[in-house]
Design a protein around this ligand. Sequence first.
Ligand code: 6PG
Length: 460
Amino acid sequence: MQQFGVVGLAVMGKNLALNIRNHGFSVSGFSIDRPEVDALAKYEDEKLVPTYTWQEFVASLVKPRKILIMIKAGKPVDLTLAQLKPLLDAGDIIIDGGNSNFHDTNRRVKALASAGIHFIGMGVSGGEEGALNGPALMPGGDEAAFKQVEPILAAIAAKTPSGRPCVSYIGPEASGHYVKMVHNGIEYAIMQEVSEVYDLLRVAGKSNQEMSKIFANWYQGDLDAYLIEITSKVLAQPDDLSSGEVIDRILNVASYKGTGNWMLEDGVALGAPISVIAEAVIGRFMSKQTQRSGQAPQLTSDVPADFVRNLEKALNLAQAVAYAQGFQQLTLAANAYNWGLRYPAIAQNWEAGCIIRSGMLQEIETAYADQPKMGLLFEAPYFAQLMNTNLPALKQVIALAMSAGVPTPTLSATLNYLESIFNPKLPANMIQGQRDYFGAHTYLRNDREGTFHTEWYAEK
Ligand code: 6PG
């Protein structure tokens, strides 16, 4: 009998099954796609068993059964659960490791709980390589059920630089998938920020190979983030089909599967000011709508000597704002959904294995450990200092971008966010005045308690 089962053996499921086996646990694999099972069978030994029917798969597992499903989010998950449910017993545990929408996960938690089956919605990040060698795992659901699978998950997860597994329990219900959704929103934001910086570097005349070295240097410094590391590699990659680097041959239209969009949807529902993440999501829409003829931006003035250094500082600050907005939405969600999230544990979860990993997450972990009730990340001394030090660089970068006609939606949103969050004189009083004028919507005052309405049309 096997200790763990995996349903769905495309690259992520297969690699996770191998990772589990490589850590000494026995695992069964099943897929409705027979060639996927045949591919897993090539690795078969006493600890890795391919199975060919739902019944054979379920019967191969020790009770309570622990099953990870790694399939496309959406309807396939419901179809899989419909197959599994009649074959399982109370106390069995199903983990959904796909990028499921958190509303679906909440529904499934309830539906399976009625049969005594525990459903854990677990964010998995790190792509194929991470699945095999150490992903970041974000499990949410029943905590007692999580404890039963924790030894296996902790063994296969990525480890932080200090050796802690990236798999802390997130919270109840769909909170694990929610945290993965926020991870992906941050991922969209940092990717768009990097793209804008790349755009500015190339407008400033840097070649792909020069840019690759610049990003590689940044990765050795404060910007020690996976997305910076891979940007350097993407820029240096020669093209197989023609001369030069492949980056110049890739069509500039960005795809998406929608997890960033979901973050925005719920951000709107919660009133989360996640402007940088919103601009990143919209940036992908924009890339599909742009006319591909027209004038490319051009620098009209000399590039300042400190431009590359300022871009590094601007990007560092923009990355911090992407994280800050992610945590801001998590705070609102934790309150609205009563999840009691532990922010240091979430930051720790993201320190290794996942796509948004970076050294900055250790600072975020410390910041939330020091002040668990912190409202804004920039209240923490490290981030307040970062803002003060790097803001002039961000302003210089945006000024140059404006003069050259280079769009910087996320970098500009970063500046607007930072200039808004600590500004006691934002002009929303005017909005309230207008609302009260045309609709008698009332307003609060800054000099006395109560709700007020002005008779704007009253005869004087
Ligand atoms: C990860 C990634 C992963 C997936 C993205 C891609 O954490 O490993 O986030 O889940 O590659 O969701 O998303 P888009 O197709 O929407 O860019």
